[in-house]
Design a protein around this ligand. Structure first.
Ligand SMILES: Cc1cc2nc3c(=O)[nH]c(=O)nc-3n(C[C@H](O)[C@H](O)[C@H](O)COP(=O)(O)O)c2cc1C
Length: 242
């Protein structure tokens, strides 16, 4: 497929907020759902997230991309802590559930999946984080790390790590309010989640490395998402440093 050399520039210009832009009014009846559900799938309840003792300054100082991992498993508690830091609900205000990460309009377009390669009491498979119940739903049974690594331009760390995070964006949650500019916001939202993961890993003595180089539709296929309404946006490998 030929590369459209000006696409980025046109996207950026075409999604600038301008004083003369007609914002219209919101159709509250068509507001998309905030939560993705996998009814009928096997559900694994996670333990409540635990406290993180490391001072924030130390976690920031320790954060660095780690690309080689030991073959040790991640514990269920560590997985609980990590998914909670990137997507968990930390408060309720006026009937709304708000999270550990900011999100434009509190619309939370980013879904968190984890590809488990090696974790305590969890079969290697892809799971979806069910935010409200702090649990994981089995989405794609069977080991998927090798396919994920292959889809990420053969970055083997995604197979060698204990758990790989896969974030998708459900764009409609924010285009409903922000139109095409929402595509910028989804990337920004994902970045916040990535940084929370990186700092949480540092605080737990784990390593992680974010990955944005991947064949989008190969990753989408692993999750059975269509790449239009919902599409992979960011990945991260997590494990114990070797
Ligand atoms: C948006 C983004 C995409 C990245 N994609 C990759 C990637 O595909 N593969 C990789 O090995 N590192 C990737 N990285 C990690 C960077 O290479 C790394 O953050 C940078 O070299 C600075 O090193 P440090 O994180 O250890 O401070 C990515 C980082 C970001 C923020």
């Amino acid at each position: 497929m030929p590369v459209d050399e000006d696409l980025g520039e046109r996207f950026w210009n075409g999604t600038k907020d301008r004083r003369d832009k007609d914002d219209g009014s919101l159709d509250w009846d068509s507001r998309p759902e905030t939560y993705k559900e996998y009814p009928g799938m096997e559900r694994l309840q996670l333990p409540p997230p635990g406290p993180m003792a490391m001072p924030l300054g130390e976690a920031m100082a320790r954060r660095q991309s780690v690309r080689t991992y030991s073959s040790e498993m991640l514990t269920k508690q560590e997985i609980s802590d990590l998914v909670y830091c990137v997507s968990g609900i930390n408060r309720r205000e006026r009937g709304r559930e708000l999270r550990n990460v900011p999100s434009a309009g509190a619309l939370y377009p980013i879904e968190t999946y984890i590809c488990v390669n090696r974790a305590e009491a969890m079969a290697p498979s892809i799971y979806h984080y069910h935010v409200r119940s702090h649990s994981l739903d089995l989405v794609t049974p069977g080991p998927a790390g090798a396919k994920l690594a292959s889809a990420a331009l053969d970055q083997r760390m995604l197979e060698e790590c204990s758990v790989a995070f896969i974030w998708t964006a459900v764009f409609g949650r924010q285009t409903w309010k922000y139109g095409q500019r929402a595509y910028r916001y989804a990337s920004l939202d994902a970045g916040h989640m990535g940084q929370n993961l990186a700092l949480a890993c540092a605080a737990l003595g784990l390593g992680c490395c974010h990955v944005a180089a991947f064949y989008d539709d190969e990753v989408n296929a692993l999750l059975s998402v269509d790449g239009v309404e919902e599409s992979a946006i960011y990945l991260s490998a997590v494990g114990r440093m070797r």
